[in-house]
Design a protein around this ligand. Structure first.
Ligand code: FAD
Length: 280
């Protein structure tokens, strides 16, 4: 089923996973999916390695397995910036072979020193995928994309994604819901009418947060800083506090009318389970 159709019926709850290293048949991967499937997500998206670290070809296969073996709709991420035309053709062929209907079309992070190949921006990839029959999604950034100094310009580029065929958007992680609400207001005023799903990543460790704020520029509200300070030497309590924060954040977003919820599960079904329990 196309994700655009799901949005017509409900505000979906979706999960994101990444392809595991090693064999696809590994027990841990199927354990992850078995556990996630009991939580009844509306779809599961599978990330795509933009660089040369391998595993890129697995995204389509996993997205196919999620549909056929677990009976859950899937969405395959597809990045373009480090790929040449032949690589992209092979990616698209694989997506079709595995019966993937939904594609989150992304630029991907530029590998330092590498030349941009066929497409420089996600919207160009989307234009190119038009006619392939996929339901296309795109990424968006409530606090602005880290490379774009002007939020208004970033919004213009986001509008280009809608024009290029994006039927839904998923946000970068954020911790301050006020940022999301301000962003939605501006996006709607800028003519972006497609559903925008907030992406939520629970904090599990201080190191994870440090990595995140440097790679995506998410701001830290005082409550998060307090959690990090209070549980600096108590990783288990920090994780629990992080999950509780994510639950509060999601409940507020649902009350605030968000179009859905996308949970970055980090392949840790236990975390998704605790969040879903918290929401109930
Ligand atoms: P774009 O939309 O192309 O934007 C990138 C930058 O270019 C922005 O600053 C934008 O303002 C600017 N820009 C866009 N169009 C133009 C234009 N016409 N002229 C000038 N500037 C322009 N990365 C992965 O490698 N694999 C994944 O699976 C993955 N999944 C993700 C899922 C989500 C929900 C999100 C939010 C991000 C994901 N990423 C993933 C990270 C993403 O690839 C990076 O954030 C990347 O830096 C930008 O990707 P984009 O598709 O948003 O790029």
């Amino acid at each position: 089923m196309k994700i655009a159709e799901i949005f017509k019926q409900k505000r979906p709850v979706s999960f994101e996973i990444f392809p595991p290293k090693g064999e696809l048949s590994t027990e841990s991967f199927h354990q992850t999916l078995s556990a996630l499937s009991t939580l009844g997500p509306d779809y599961i998206s599978v990330t795509c390695s933009a660089g040369g670290s391998g595993g890129r070809e697995r995204t389509a296969e996993l997205a196919g397995i999620i549909r056929t073996q677990y009976g859950i709709e899937s969405c395959a991420h597809l990045t373009c910036v480090n790929s040449d035309a032949q690589m992209l053709r092979e990616d698209v062929q694989r997506l079709h072979e595995h019966g993937v209907e939904n594609v989150l079309a992304l630029r991907g992070d530029v590998i330092p020193g590498a030349q941009a190949r066929v497409f420089r921006y996600a919207s160009q990839l989307m234009e190119n995928l038009r006619g392939e029959g996929f339901c296309l999604g795109g990424a968006c950034y409530p606090e602005g994309h880290i490379e774009c100094a002007d939020p208004a310009e970033d919004l213009r580029h986001l509008y280009e994604k809608q024009q290029a065929g994006a039927a839904f958007l998923v946000t970068q992680l954020f911790f301050d819901n006020a940022c999301f609400y301000r962003f939605i207001e501006k996006a709607r005023a800028a003519g972006i009418t497609i559903p925008v799903t907030p992406g939520i990543m629970p904090i599990l460790s201080k190191a994870q947060i440090e990595r995140m704020i440097f790679t995506c520029g998410a701001s830290l509200p005082a409550d998060i800083i307090r959690i990090l300070y209070r549980y600096e030497n108590d990783p288990e309590s920090l994780k629990q506090a992080g999950i509780e924060y994510a639950v509060r954040q999601i409940l507020d977003l649902q009350r605030g009318g968000a179009d859905g919820i996308h949970i970055y599960t980090m392949n840790r079904p236990q975390i998704a389970m605790q969040i879903m329990e918290g929401l109930r």
